[in-house]
Design a protein around this ligand. Structure first.
Ligand code: ASP
Ligand code: MG
Length: 413
């Protein structure tokens, strides 16, 4: 069976007319001899609307009920698309998460996929049906679960992996993955290809085009992914395993940013073994993810400062947890700063080419942008800067690494 999984995001199914054009696209794929599993998001804005309804009642809801409400957007779209396909003479059937079943754990509102049963869908595919699956939703012991915001991407990749699809096409409102956010950088370029590792870094550092989990899943299961526009008829960006020859000269693939983190500094923490374990252990126990961490070298062997970042949405609880530790870790004071952005340059080329950090830091310095925290991986350098300078930092770095030109090789000495 020549199977493709095609996922359509919220704007792609935002109106009845758009659902009709999605149906026409699928009809084309069927006419080209493909079996198709379609994964749909809720219509644009619908999930936000549903979350607001829940929160207008209380902020102290059971996440299992929250999932019951917010999974419904996808259910509507899946039924509508199946009807639209049938109208075009294409046999089609929708399957809700619980009908497949698409089993997850019981982490309501951010569930992890455990198992996807194949038999019913396979039977229908063999009988020539196009299957429409609502993304984002699963089931745990008869209760509906959801996979976290943006989770339809992960639903699509998981289905592509389980059914051994030739390709997983992620249709969205942009035509691919760009060297930077085109709304900020006018000459940002669309990438023809990008590696899974690079995409993983870009997604986790703020590029919103794919849910980070979906990229990790695709990488682990070798799912061929393409991000493309549902409004235009052209190739998108392919996310691939290995750098191609044409990418060899590329050092940096993209610049990205996120403004959803806040910085906390603890001054004069007693300098003895176990302090960091205590701080970050207490945060981890409450499910708070810490991103950047810096400990300054001990001043006189007695005290040290520790700076770290957490999601802004976790800032309040983080402060409470740390306050409760005050008597144990004996820091002098805690200072928070929410007006920060993390700007990252990402590219596999930096593994073998020195000078990327130098170019990055010099560019920021030339523009009078102060670096507050630095963190790196093999293929990424991130800096925390004042959020007043987010756009300036992204733009000037994009230029400094020559990303707006067709030739992405620059001399970085
Ligand atoms: N509708 C969900 C959301 O808005 C899932 C998705 O679209 O991927 O987060
Ligand atoms: Mg999305």
């Amino acid at each position: 069976m020549k199977l493709i999984v095609a996922k359509f995001g919220g704007t792609s199914v935002g109106t009845i007319d758009r659902i009709k054009s999605v149906a026409a696209k699928i009809k084309n794929e069927v006419n080209n001899g493909f079996n198709v599993i379609v994964v749909v998001s809720a219509m644009a804005g619908e999930t936000n609307r549903l979350i607001k309804l829940v929160e207008s009642l209380t902020n102290d809801y059971r996440t299992s009920e929250y999932d019951t409400v917010i999974s419904s957007g996808e259910q509507v779209t899946s039924g509508l698309l199946a009807i639209a396909l049938n109208e075009l003479g294409i046999k089609s059937k929708s399957y809700q998460g619980w009908q497949i079943p698409f089993q997850t754990d019981n982490n309501f509102s951010k569930a992890n996929i455990k198992e996807i049963k194949k038999d019913k869908i396979l039977f229908d595919l063999n009988n020539g049906y196009v299957i429409v699956v609502p993304g984002f939703q699963g089931v745990h012991k008869n209760r509906v679960t959801t996979l976290g915001r943006g989770g339809s991407d992960t639903s699509a990749v998981a289905l592509a992996a389980v059914f051994g699809a030739e390709r997983c096409d992620i249709y969205t409102d942009v035509d691919g993955v760009y060297t930077a956010d085109p709304r900020i950088v006018a000459n940002a370029l669309k990438l023809e290809t990008i590696t899974f590792e690079e995409m993983l870094e870009l997604a986790s550092q703020g590029a919103k085009v794919l849910q980070t989990r979906s990229v990790a899943l695709a990488m682990n299961h070798n799912v061929k992914l393409q991000v493309l526009s549902s409004f235009e008829n052209k190739k998108g960006t392919f996310i691939i395993n290995e750098r191609q020859k044409s990418m060899e000269e590329t050092i940096i693939s993209g610049i990205t940013y996120t403004s959803n983190e806040a910085k906390i500094t603890l001054f004069n923490v007693i300098d003895k073994p176990g302090q960091a374990a205590m701080i970050f252990g207490a945060l981890a126990d409450k499910g708070i993810n810490v991103d950047m961490i810096v400990q300054t070298s001990t001043k006189d062997g007695e005290a040290t400062d520790i700076t770290f970042t957490v999601l802004k949405s976790d800032l309040l609880s983080t402060k409470e947890i740390i306050e409760n530790l005050k008597n144990t870790i004996k820091f002098k004071n805690m200072v928070e700063d929410s007006k920060v952005s993390k700007v990252s340059v990402v590219g596999s080329g930096m593994m073998t080419k020195p000078g990327v950090a130098k170019t990055m830091f010099k560019t920021l310095a030339d523009n009078n942008i102060n670096i507050q925290v630095i963190s790196t991986s093999e293929i990424k350098i991130s800096v925390l800067v004042s959020s007043d300078y987010t756009e300036l930092a992204v733009r000037t770095l994009h230029d400094a690494f020559g990303l707006g030109k067709d030739i992405k090789t620059i001399n970085i000495d």
